[in-house]
Ligand binder design. Structure first.
Ligand SMILES: NC(=O)c1ccc[n+]([C@@H]2O[C@H](COP(=O)([O-])OP(=O)(O)OC[C@H]3O[C@@H](n4cnc5c(N)ncnc54)[C@H](O)[C@@H]3O)[C@@H](O)[C@H]2O)c1
Ligand SMILES: [Zn+2]
Ligand SMILES: [Zn+2]
Length: 367
C-alpha cells in the first residue's frame, strides 16, 4: 500500500509502497480517508524525525474500518471512525483516574512504536515508524481499538478529520484543561488550527472577551469570524499593555499559548490576572526555556496548566465535538483552507511553514 514516508532529514517526503501487518488482538486496520497537517508534523520534520526515521506522519485523520483484530467489540468493518493520537489502556494508574491522555500506553505516541517497541509498518524488512500514534498519511494504518471512535454513517470525513488533533487539542483545552466559565476573559497567542479551535471553544463556553494575537493579518481577520472580539498585531504592539487596556488593567482570566513559542508563555503569565491561569498548548520544539518567578506565582496565585490533546477522553469528547459541528456551533468547514492529494504532501507542509490559510487537509484515499 501507498504511504508518504519521511526517510531523511532535510529531504522531501517520498511516496512509497510499504508493507502493513494484519491487526493484532484489540487492534484495528483503518482505511484512511482524510488527514489534516498540524504544526507538530512540521516540528517532526524540523527535528529530523526525532530519532524515528523512517516515519509516516499525519495524526489528524478519519477513515473507515477495514479489518478488526481479535477481541475488538466497539467497531466493525465498514464503520466510519475518527482516529485519535493517544490510545489508552483503560487500566493503568492514569486511566483509573480518568486521565487517558496521560495513560502509560498513550505516551508511546512519542516513540512512533507500539508499547512493545514494534511497528505495524515495514519496507523491505526495515521498520517504518507510526508517527505521533496515527500515521495518517498512509492509505491504511493500524491502531489500538481505543484510538478510534465510531462516527454516524452520514459524517463527512473530509471535514470531521480536523477534530482529530486541532479541535480535540484546542476546544478540549478550553472545556477540559482550563474549564473556562461563562463571562470569562481569554487571551490566545497563535492562530493556526489549534489557536482558532481555542477561540471557538472560548466562544462556545461563553467567554465575554476573546483577545487574540498573531503576526499574520489574515489569521487575525479569520479569528474575528470564529469568535475573537479583539485582535493584537505583535509586530506593531506589545502584548501586555494591549491586554491590560482591553481588560480594565485586570488581565485575562485565561491566557492560552498556542504558537509554540516559549517566550510567549512568560507573556501569557504576565497578561493573566491575579489568580488567573496560563494554559500551555503550543510545543516549542526548539526546547527553549522561560524564567519562572515562583514568588510571583505564589503570592499572586497564578496558575500554569500544561494541556496535551486538550485532556480529551476521545470516546466522550469526539461525539460531543461532532454534535457541536452538526448544530452549527463549531465551524469546522471554515478551518479548512487548502485541500491536496497525498502526492502533493510536500506542498502541504509548505502551507504550514508559510502559515497559509488555517488547515491543509490531505485526501489520502476517497471512500
Ligand atoms: N499540546 C498539544 O496537545 C498540541 C497538539 C497539537 C499541536 N500542538 C502545538 O500547538 C502549536 C500550534 O499548532 P498549529 O498547528 O496551530 O500551528 P500553526 O503553525 O498553524 O500556527 C501557529 C501560529 O502561531 C503564530 N505565531 C508565531 N509567533 C507568534 C507570536 N510571537 N505571537 C503570536 N503568534 C505567533 C504563527 O503566525 C501561526 O499563525 C504548535 O506548537 C504545535 O506543535 C500542541
Ligand atoms: Zn497535532
Ligand atoms: Zn492507561
Amino acid at each position: 500500500m501507498k504511504a508518504a514516508v519521511f526517510t531523511q532529514p532535510n529531504q522531501p517526503i517520498n511516496i512509497q509502497e510499504i508493507e502493513i501487518e494484519e491487526p493484532r488482538s484489540r487492534e484495528v486496520m483503518v482505511k484512511v480517508s482524510h488527514c489534516g497537517i498540524c504544526h507538530s508534523d512540521l516540528s517532526m520534520l524540523d527535528l529530523g524525525g526525532a530519532g524515528q526515521l523512517p516515519v509516516i506522519l499525519g495524526h489528524e485523520a478519519a477513515g473507515t474500518i477495514e479489518e478488526v483484530g481479535r477481541d475488538v467489540t466497539s467497531v466493525s468493518r465498514g464503520d466510519k471512525v475518527m482516529l485519535t493520537p493517544l490510545a489508552f489502556c483503560g487500566q493503568c494508574y492514569w486511566c483509573s483516574r480518568a486521565e487517558p491522555t496521560a495513560c502509560v500506553e498513550a505516551q508511546s505516541f512519542t516513540s512512533g512504536l507500539r508499547p512493545d517497541g514494534t511497528s505495524p509498518f515495514s519496507n523491505q524488512g526495515q521498520c517504518v515508524h507510526r508517527g505521533l500514534g496515527v500515521a495518517g498519511f498512509s492509505e491504511k494504518t493500524i491502531v489500538p481499538e481505543s484510538a478510534v471512535v465510531k462516527l454516524d454513517p452520514d459524517t463527512p470525513l473530509d471535514i470531521a478529520c480536523v477534530i482529530g488533533c486541532a479541535v480535540q487539542t484546542g476546544v478540549g483545552s478550553v472545556f477540559n484543561s482550563a474549564k473556562v466559565e461563562v463571562g470569562s476573559t481569554v487571551l490566545v497567542t497563535g492562530l493556526g488550527g489549534i489557536g482558532i479551535s481555542i477561540v471557538q471553544g472560548a466562544r462556545i463556553a461563553g467567554a465575554e472577551k476573546i483577545i487574540v494575537s498573531d503576526p499574520v493579518a489574515e489569521r487575525r481577520e479569520a479569528a474575528l469570524h470564529f469568535g475573537a472580539t479583539h485582535t493584537i498585531d505583535p509586530l506593531n504592539d506589545e502584548l501586555l499593555p494591549k491586554v491590560m487596556e482591553k481588560t480594565a488593567n485586570i488581565g485575562v482570566d485565561y491566557a492560552f499559548e498556542a504558537a509554540g513559542v516559549a517566550a510567549l508563555v512568560d507573556e501569557c503569565i504576565n497578561a493573566s490576572r491575579i489568580g488567573g491561569s496560563t494554559i500551555i498548548v503550543g510545543v516549542d520544539a526548539t526546547l527553549a526555556t522561560v524564567p519562572i518567578l515562583p514568588v510571583m506565582l505564589a503570592t499572586m496565585g497564578k496558575k500554569i496548566i500544561g494541556s496535551l490533546l486538550g485532556d480529551c477522553h476521545p470516546q466522550r469528547d469526539i461525539p460531543r465535538f461532532v454534535n457541536l459541528w452538526k448544530s452549527g456551533k463549531l465551524d469546522l468547514d471554515g478551518m479548512i483552507s487548502h485541500r491536496i492529494t497525498l502526492d502533493e504532501i510536500n506542498s502541504g507542509f509548505e502551507n504550514v511553514r508559510e502559515t497559509r490559510g488555517i488547515r491543509t487537509v490531505v485526501e489520502v484515499a476517497s471512500t
